[in-house]
Ligand binder design. Sequence first.
Ligand SMILES: [Fe+2]
Ligand SMILES: [Fe+2]
Length: 503
Amino acid sequence: MDGFLQLVSVGGSQSVHHKLVPPGQLLLGRSRDCDITVQSPQISRQHAQLFWEPNELAWSLVDLGSRSGTHLNGERIPSGRPCLIRKGDRIGLPDLTLQVRDGSDASTIMESIRRLRVTEDVQPDTSIDFTPVELAEDLDSNRLATLLTFSKDIHDAPDERRLFDAILQGVTSGTCLDNAAVVSCIGDEGDIDMHAATGELATATSDRFSRTLLRSATSGTPGRYLASGGSGAESLVSLPVQAAGCAPLMARDTAIACLYVDGTDPKVPDEQLRRDLDFVIALAQLASVAMSNLARSDLERRFAESRSRLFEGTVRAMAAAIDAKDPYTRGHSDRVSWLSGELAKALGRDEQGIEAARVCGQVHDVGKIGVPETVLIKPGRLTDEEFGLIKEHPAIGYRILQDIPGMRDLLGGVRHHHERWDGGGYPDGLAGESIPDLGRLVAVADTFDAMRSARAYRAGRPVEEVLEEIKRCSGSQFDPVMAEAFLKIDLATYESMLASELD
Ligand SMILES: [Fe+2]
Ligand SMILES: [Fe+2]
């Protein structure tokens, strides 16, 4: 991702076109000093900020404690907590909705199948009716049944793609309108992105769509058009369209997309068409609840992701602090982390198991933080007393990490990475399978790196010799299953990690 994005107004009275160029930041608010000054009494002086996160290579949005809040795809984001944004997102401020767009392509959060440019209607469609429709108004039992099936389908939809398919299915099975599309309008030029379509709208050109209807729906008001209703519908009257309608698909207060429908069968009576259009608007209202749920779970997922990245960052910082105490073990935690992850892969573990091994490798020596530096970096032989101090590090590490929620599953690995398969290790002298799995796993990775890399008192040993040693100690020091799997690891990446530390 190159990080170049655009903010384009898609709602509100103000027109905004702003490029986001990394690295940088962008302040939004009422104050004149803001990069985007929004003229609304409800907006705070410094309302929200977008900033480039170099570690994520992405832009984040943060609400700066504003009174009226900042919304992302209709969901209010908690103040002060940055949230990563993506193409297609809608940022909602009072009186202004901005869409995040890529400068070059048409892709959005919702996958788009086509982009059209809808030109301004020659004359406003005077026969368009914008009266709100009550959800259950005049629904006969047949319709009600369709609505119930539809309701179940849309709430089961795991993503927008499937939600849109369910919406189109609901329209075509419940009405005599054969043509339906889920579109979103972007920018002032009248470009629309088509996300899903069925019937003639799947291949229609831009003149099939009434911009008046689209604009109304984009601002939150559904509209209906009937060919018989008046003579002013310039954009549609030249086409064989008997009825058309457009209703917003809202995530809370934000119109994320619109449901556009039309029908061309001249035999369908007006009364039926009117009811069908009302039904479509009712479907869109139901679908909006599902849209809101999807937007909320998307936001939760983004925060969960950033929490896990924060956690990873902390882990890495801790490991770096340990390695910094001893220049000879520089990079040891990173390498043991890599080797542990590869060993987990070689053992056929799943994603979660591989990740656990990786993080455990990263923190396995965290307890060294409690061992005096003079002992850690002492060249030559250690006295029994000094060795005693070193041997405390697994238990110290265990105590440091035991209260951190994300670390609980790794504690066994931290405490027991110096146990031996034959029971001769420390701190608890466990043997065989009574040693926690991660302890047995990290033990092989740790010992390999300790032998392969240079220490204060000796140079690193050649890789073949170290692998031979792993083989030799299988069943005495190491779990034979772990040792055997370790020999399958392709060590090219490891060797370059090691070489970069020696530079
Ligand atoms: Fe250790
Ligand atoms: Fe270690």
